[in-house]
Structure formats: C-alpha cells, structure tokens
Ligand binder design. Sequence first.
Ligand SMILES: Cc1cc2nc3c(=O)[nH]c(=O)nc-3n(C[C@H](O)[C@H](O)[C@H](O)COP(=O)(O)O)c2cc1C
Length: 265
Amino acid sequence: MVKALIIVAHPEQQSYNHHLARFAKDILEQQGAEVRLTDLAAIALDPVEHPRHYRKRRKADRFDVQSEQRWAHEDGATPPDVTRQIEDLMWADLVIAQFPLWWFGLPAILKGWIDRVFIYGGMYSGGRRHDTGHCRGKRFLASTTAGASARACAYNGQEGETELILWPSLYAFRYVGFDVLRPFIMHGIRGGVGPDELADYQAMIAGYERDYARVLRSLDERPLVPYNPDEDYDTLRQLRPGAPVHSPFIRHERDPRWDCSNQVK
Ligand SMILES: Cc1cc2nc3c(=O)[nH]c(=O)nc-3n(C[C@H](O)[C@H](O)[C@H](O)COP(=O)(O)O)c2cc1C
C-alpha cells in the first residue's frame, strides 16, 4: 500500500491549491493509498530557521546553522515541529508538494519548511546525499499552479519556462535522495475571471483536473526529472567529460552570459 504525504503550502483553505490537495488525497485513497495531509499554514510552521528553535545550543556565541542542526539531531534535541515533519517524511514513500508559484519560486512557508526540515546530519551529510540520500527510494511530485498563461510560461515566454524555474527547488529533493517525478504544472490559474471568460476557464480547469487525475492514477509511468548519477562527477564534484547534460544548470561549456568567474576584476 502506498503511503503518501501531501504538503500544501497556501494560506487560504478555500484556495484552488487546497482544492487540489484534497483532490489528490481523494484519488490516492481511491487507489488504496494511505494519505497524510499537512497544511503548513494551519500548523503555522515557522519558516524562519532561527536560534529560538534550539533550546540546547552547543555554541551560544554564534549560530552556526548546519552545526546546530547536526548537534541537535545527535542530541535528540531537534525542534519538535521539525521532528514531526521528518517522521512524516520517513513514513511516506510518496511526497506531493502542492503550491502556487510565487515570485518565480516557492511560497516562503514551503521554502522555510525545506530550510528547517532538511536538517544537516539527519536528512543529509557529505556522505549521504544525491544517490545515497536518506530519502532514497521515495518519490517526490511537485504540483504547482501559476497565474501566468501556458504561453507566457513556455520556453520562449516572458515569464521564463516554469519547469526550469522549478529546477533548483526540485533539486533540494533530489539532494536528499528522492526520485523526482516530472512536476505537474497548471498555468493560468487566477481569480477575477470575468463572466465572458468563465466557460473557457472552467473548461481549462476541467482539462487540467482530468490530466492530474490520470497522473495520480499512473504515477509509476510518470517520467523522472533526469539527474546525473554520482559517478558522473569527478573528485572535485564536477561533471566528467562525456557525461550527459540534463539541464542548463549543470553542463560542460562555460557560458559567458552566466559566467560568475569574472565578478572580481
Ligand atoms: C505573492 C504572489 C506571487 C506570485 N508570483 C507569481 C509568479 O511568479 N508567476 C506566476 O505565474 N504567478 C504568480 N502568482 C500568481 C499565483 O501563482 C496564482 O494566483 C496561484 O497559482 C493561483 O492559485 P490559488 O487560487 O490556489 O491561489 C503570484 C501570486 C502571489 C500572491
């Protein structure tokens, strides 16, 4: 039986994102899955990693975040709200994050959930990441809504391509070991739809929901986001010559448009 954790990151329970989280829960349950749903706004998860979360600090004069996360983990003193999130993650074999695209990225509460929950020592370390990450064997699906149209979010659209915009966020899940499924993205999701547009808008939503239901019923067939395996990198953790390139973020050729090596002249 699939154990699925759905994390919804939206402050309004009547939002379309909450509707989609419940929609996914219903469909997965119909498939026989056991589903837990975490509403980050309802539990008021503090997205700000901060010394106040650490009652027993090993180093009081300076908050070294990764070290305190690791020490807290070793001392069994991980903040209780984080511990609960990690327990759910470890329980699940499928994790779905349901969120709107906000300012070309994750809503702060979801980004903060990653900052606080993917703890150094507990969720990753130098020796446990990527192919050997703690979440190895688990699957992750991002289900994202965007206000801009599919055309504006295409490869040549002014908003930038949504799948590329999501790449760094999804990489955090790859980093801790997840198999990352291709994200499911709904474009053109917005309020204030006028009466003359309503029929078209509803037809678009109905189409998206049919597609999402199909995706949820056939997750085994959903392609994964491709990443290089660890052996494609050398000892300096750079891509070996001849290794395949799966994204513009990790490639063989320097591109002068993105070259940061000349920051100091
Ligand atoms: C703070 C904020 C930032 C947003 N940034 C983007 C954006 O970068 N790209 C985009 O397409 N839509 C953006 N939107 C629109 C939302 O993605 C859209 O309203 C949402 O997906 C609709 O889902 P909902 O009804 O569940 O809120 C933004 C909305 C808000 C409130």
